[in-house]
Design a protein around this ligand. Structure first.
Ligand SMILES: *Cc1c(COP(=O)(O)O)cnc(C)c1O
Length: 381
């Protein structure tokens, strides 16, 4: 059989060969520990410095606002816990977040709740977007931290982060946004974005796994989580993943350079797919497609169990998922679709396709054909 078709770019993306080229020296000859005060260390530190410069310039931040981490999950944990702990000193003990955050954020909120914080989880509307009036009500002068993701990873729906940020600041709270899913498709610009803390991760934009960023605005104090050496200006211990941060910076530079081209290409592929499956009835798009990333399509096929559908598609060489990869081992319906008011049956008939820059029209046509066949077969069964 042909190589399988990959339609799960919201879970991860393949490493761009150009990125690998930049990383290779730091996995082999230039292997030094960036903190060693000798020639090997200096060379590694130079690479880390250059990567930090490049990322800072691209997101229009200062160099000392860019912290390298092991990925989106660590960045999210650090932002949530570190932000909450720092603000607890001011007597603030309320955390406000949306119900559709990634599990890296939700699990941190659960932990904060166990530690005595009041956690307010905001609903979303049918389109998958947090309503501003709920934010306004929830954010009060005793709020420590407000968290709202830039774009949701299961539906692609964009969130009103500027408005949420303004409300947080009006009440003296920190504002954190998880931009992991948005970063490949929307430019991060910290001169426009007023967030205090922002996370993103290299492997969602054709960089290596295990490398991420936490942006922390100058003057914003958050508690440190990973203790050890004095790396990352004393805020995050651990030998820096030199090849990882070199790859992150290169992948992000390419993502920015080629963003509009990639977005256009992906939009065309999504249109093609929808057109090719338009012969099916009982198909509904989950989430407000007018305010969404170009790459994610969340579809409900009426009467079709998603586990069986995904299994059949995989068997025939098309790989997609039911939602976030982190939750797909569990049989629970998606917390995102549930938050959007969908019942369990609806959620269990929904799948996520996420398209990428390397997908071809041929692949999309083949995937659409297989979708039609599989949906029909399962409905007749
Ligand atoms: C993938 C993802 C994460 C987790 O990032 P990792 O680098 O895989 O740990 C967090 N938030 C969102 C929205 C994501 O899509």
């Amino acid at each position: 059989m042909d190589t399988p078709i990959y339609l799960d770019h919201a879970a991860t993306t393949p490493l761009d060969k150009r990125v690998l080229e930049k990383m290779l020296p730091y996995l082999t000859d230039t292997f030094g520990n960036a903190d060693s005060p000798h020639a090997f260390g200096r060379k590694a530190m130079q690479a880390v410095d250059d990567a930090r410069d490049k990322v800072a310039e691209l997101i229009r931040a200062r160099k000392n606002e860019v912290y390298f981490t092991s990925g989106g999950t660590e960045s999210d944990n650090w932002a949530m816990l570190g932000g909450a702990y720092a603000k607890r000193g001011e007597g603030r003990k309320k955390i406000v977040l949306s119900s559709i955050e990634h599990h890296a954020v939700l699990s941190s909120a659960e932990r904060l709740q166990k530690e005595g914080f009041e956690v307010v989880v905001l609903p979303v509307n049918e389109g998958g977007r947090v309503a501003l009036n709920t934010l306004e009500e929830a954010i009060t002068p005793d709020t420590a931290l407000v968290c709202l993701m830039t774009a949701n990873n299961e539906t692609g729906v964009l969130q009103p982060i500027d408005e949420a940020c303004a409300l947080a600041h009006k009440n003296g709270a920190l504002f954190f946004t998880d931009a992991v899913q948005g970063a490949p498709y929307m430019p991060i610009d910290m001169q426009k974005n007023q967030a205090d803390i922002l996370s993103f991760s290299a492997h969602k934009f054709y960089g290596p796994k295990g490398a991420g960023v936490l942006y922390i605005k100058n003057g914003v104090k958050i508690a440190k989580l990973v203790g050890g050496g004095e790396q990352e200006r004393g805020m995050r211990g651990g030998t820096v993943n030199v090849a990882g941060v070199v790859g992150l910076a290169e992948a992000y530079a390419l993502a920015r350079e080629e963003m509009s081209e990639n977005n256009e290409k992906i939009k065309k592929l999504v249109r093609l797919y929808l057109q090719e499956i338009s012969c099916l009835d009982g198909v509904t798009q989950n989430g407000d497609r007018e305010n969404a990333l170009p790459s994610v399509l969340n579809l409900r096929f009426e009467g079709v169990d998603n586990t069986t559908f995904l299994y059949k598609m995989d068997l025939n060489g098309v790989c997609l998922s039911a939602g976030s990869a982190c939750a797909s081992a569990s049989v629970k319906p998606s917390h995102v679709l549930t938050a959007m008011g969908k019942d369990d049956v609806w959620a269990k008939q929904s799948v996520r396709l996420s398209f990428g820059k390397n997908n071809t029209e041929e692949e999309i046509k083949r995937s659409a054909r297989l979708t039609v066949e599989t949906v029909r077969a399962l409905r007749n069964f």
